[in-house]
Design a protein. Sequence first.
Length: 237
Amino acid sequence: MAPKHLALLPGLDGTGDLFADFIAALPESWTATTVTYPTDRFLRYADLRPFVSAAVPQVERFVLVAESFSAPLAVWYAATNPRNLAAVVICAGFVRNPLRGWSGAVRAVAKPWLFKLKPPRTILEYFLLGQHAPFGLLHSLRHALQKVSPSVLSGRLQEVLDCDVRDDLRRTTVPLLYVEATYDRLLSFSCKDEFSQLRPDTVLRSIPAPHLLLQREPQKAATVIIAFIESLPSSPD
């Protein structure tokens, strides 16, 4: 029987609040655990690993779903080969700096002061939510970002520029699904290619959505992810 429990790793905000619509789109018989990261202190990827290990199921068979910022953490965890991890789903994620052409400029401006500003709707829609985003989703995104210290958001973005878990990805053995946001204006398309190059058996699926695909198209994302999970082989146990 396919696992029906998801462990969700959040994006840059780390609150997990933005998973609400995606969780609501899951069948009633499915359950989900949302992993959250501290909002008041910056921790490097290595320091966030214990939060993942402590939050995921210890016995129940489950699937790890990671979006964007959390993709390197999901890859690291999968490389440790937990017995009850059935598969990993990466949504608009990366294994190393996804902004290589813009790294210098992003590093220069991604300071705490930047995250103290209220981002205009046009910026949030262009990079994250797509055109004509529902007001409720826009409000939820702003609220989630406001809950996190500007220094934490700045530190996490800087951490993204320095990450590299390609070796970890090579060591993973569980089934892997990469869900691409075809209207993504934040990540390079090479992010998807790196997964298929390092893990040629990666299942690739695309959803016509902006970077925050789980938030903008929760039902489509749920359909794609559930179909992948239901195709998994039964547990050897």
